[in-house]
Write a new protein. Structure first.
Length: 635
């Protein structure tokens, strides 16, 4: 075949032999002539296929079918019985307790017939006052009238060597048998007979009624009704749509590179991406601040802080006593009804082998209001109980039998309280110190009492004497007192004297309203002052005055001049010429009174021709015994 023959045609329709095509001007040893009459470079063999990636995660489940309708609510259970006040019986008149045994106890108050459910209840008994005579005692019991049997003693008052008049608040928890029952409070004398439990109609000047009361413990709710039947299950909801196909698994590793093809083959695929280069240098300072980090976790809660101070309101003062008289009532109650009662209960507990807890509960029942500071009282009573148990019991029984011990303690307390009128944070330490300084009392007993008072503290003693303002204390045996009004020294006390004529000038004294004035040619200078107070034993009074009349000791020129009191007067005026000159125009006179008084009166009323006369009262002194109506002694 010549070189001028046509080029050959490739395999397939129209193939034929012929000349080789022109290979081109550029030599390339890799080229070969393919069957389709084209010069080409052979390709390298393809690498093995990589392994399949892991299957993608299953798509989320379709939504659940709709919930079936809820079944109907079950019927409500029957309402529970109201468990508040179940019954109440009032006592509005004095009850004479004449019985001397538990079997024949005198009925004090009877509850109506009540249908009980078999659940526990609370019985409470209150009387504003019960009276026991000297060397006598009284016991109060709770009685089941339906079964005609005593359920036990609510209170046992020991025999003491003095009569006592005390308010009482008692209570107990008890579970009556189910059904209708009648209960009553009864009392009997533990020695002698004829004690009294007081009750009144209430109202101004009268005692409130005594009462027996029963209350339920529950909250008044009926039992919960049975749960309604469960509603039928709803039909299955339609099957949720198939979740979306999870993301494709990662691409399998690249297969190994195939062997090089014949030189001149096609270029193989690109190799894998190279490793990340090193981090570049920091940028120029001053770049924008990055976002804030997450908020730190909340710190642990701090410990509970200390408890706040309990505040006790001051004792009531229904008798509207002045502060010194109220102080006597509080001191009497604290000494006789709190301290003595506590020591007595500790002695009884020790002698009768009664536990400290039972003895303490009995003591708290005898002292109204003391439960307000229960924790403090229990700690304080523990001191008493242990001291009595470890000491010489005769020291304590001897102190209980000696009325002068408690009279001395009372007087020490009233002297420390003074014008405060009661126990305060400011005088608690002084009150305890005054009791500790009482002489003529066994030191162990006195130390135990002051330890008990110290443990009670201000709030404990305030709670213990809440009922003290309702009694009348007797402090006439608490020694002598002396009170003086001296202008410039205690001007703040001048208000106790009320002028009917004249005025008080601080630092000067009592003066006429118009000193030096003229009335129809005569000089009228009037001073008339009065002080009133609860009945008090006054031993003496003295008045100092200044007058510039040429002969002040003469009665001439004075319409009235002198001192008077509830029991009488000191005629004629300032006793004529018996008064004493204390220098210059200053005079004084004294009156020995020695009687119970409710007012003192001073008058200095001049009506004369001496226009040079001046007058003023420059001092008053009063002495007495018991409680000073104007506060503590001041000279």
């Amino acid at each position: 075949m010549s070189g001028f023959d046509p080029t050959f045609s490739g395999a397939g329709s129209g193939h034929r032999g012929g000349s080789v095509p022109d290979p081109g001007a550029t030599a390339d040893a890799r080229l070969f002539l393919r069957q389709d009459a084209i010069f080409a470079i052979p390709a390298g063999s393809t690498g093995a296929t990589g392994a399949d990636g892991p299957t993608g995660a299953t798509g989320p489940a379709g939504p659940a079918g709709a919930t079936g309708t809820t079944g109907g609510v079950g019927a409500t259970g029957p309402a529970g019985a109201i468990e508040l006040e179940l019954g109440y019986a009032l006592v509005t008149a004095q009850v004479e307790v004449t019985a001397t045994s538990e079997d024949t106890a005198t009925v004090v108050a009877t509850l109506p017939s009540i249908v009980y459910t078999g659940d526990p209840v609370i019985f409470t008994f209150f009387t504003p006052q019960f009276y026991t005579a000297d060397h006598q005692g009284i016991t109060v019991i709770l009685h089941d009238d339906t079964a005609d049997v005593s359920l036990g003693k609510l209170m046992v008052q020991a025999q003491i060597d003095a009569s006592s008049e005390l308010p009482v608040f008692l209570g107990t928890r008890y579970t009556p048998a189910a059904g209708a029952r009648i209960y009553s409070a009864r009392a009997y004398c533990t020695s002698h007979s004829s004690q009294k439990i007081m009750g009144g109609p209430g109202g101004a000047g009268n005692a409130l009624p005594a009462y027996l009361r029963v209350t339920g413990i529950g909250d008044g709710s009926g039992p919960t009704g049975a749960t309604g039947a469960t509603g039928a299950t709803g039909a299955d909801g339609p099957t949720g749509a198939t979740g979306a196909t999870g993301p494709a698994g990662p691409t399998g590793a690249t297969g190994s590179t195939g062997a090089d093809g014949t030189p001149g083959g096609a270029t193989g695929p690109a190799g894998p991406t190279g490793a990340t280069g090193a981090t570049g240098a920091d940028g120029t300072p001053g770049g924008a601040t990055g976002p804030a980090g997450p908020t730190g976790a909340t710190g642990t809660t701090g410990g509970v802080g200390p408890s706040g101070t309990i505040t006790i309101d001051p004792p009531p003062n229904p008798l509207t006593n002045p502060a010194p008289v109220q102080a006597c009532a509080i001191a009497t109650y604290l000494a006789e009804n709190v301290l003595k009662t506590a020591v007595n209960q500790a002695v009884l507990g020790f002698q009768n082998d009664i536990s400290m807890v039972q003895t303490g509960a009995a003591m708290m029942a005898l002292i109204p209001g003391i439960g307000l500071e229960t924790a403090i009282v229990i700690d304080g009573f523990a001191i008493l109980y242990r001291a009595v148990g470890s000491g010489t019991i005769s020291d304590y029984t001897g102190a209980l039998a000696d009325p002068t011990v408690w009279a001395k303690i009372k007087c020490a307390i009233v002297a420390a309280i003074g014008n405060d009128g009661g126990i305060t944070t400011g005088n608690t330490a002084s009150v305890i110190a005054a009791v500790g300084g009482v002489t003529g009392v066994n030191s162990s007993v006195l130390g135990t009492i002051t330890d008990y008072m110290t443990k009670l503290g201000t709030s404990g003693m305030q709670a213990a004497v809440l009922a003290g303002g309702m009694i009348s204390g007797d402090c006439t045996g608490c020694g002598d007192w002396r009170f003086r009004w001296l202008p410039g020294t205690n001007d703040g006390d001048a208000h106790f004297w009320v002028p009917a004529v004249g005025i008080y000038t601080a630092g000067v004294g009592w003066e006429p309203i118009y000193p030096g004035g003229d009335h129809l040619g005569r000089l009228t200078l009037g001073i008339e002052i009065t002080t009133t107070f609860p009945e008090t034993f006054i031993t003496s009074m003295a008045v100092q005055w200044t007058a510039t009349e040429s002969e002040p000791y003469h009665s001439g020129g004075y319409a009235q001049r002198g001192m008077t009191a509830t029991s009488g007067s000191y005629p004629p005026g300032f006793q004529g010429t018996s008064f004493d000159s204390v220098g210059g125009n200053n005079y004084s006179d004294a009156w020995v009174i020695n009687s119970l008084e409710t007012f003192l009166h001073v008058v200095l009323d001049y009506e004369g021709d001496d226009h040079a006369t001046t007058e003023k009262v420059t001092g008053i002194q009063v002495t007495g015994t018991g409680v000073c109506p104007w506060g503590k002694s001041n000279y």
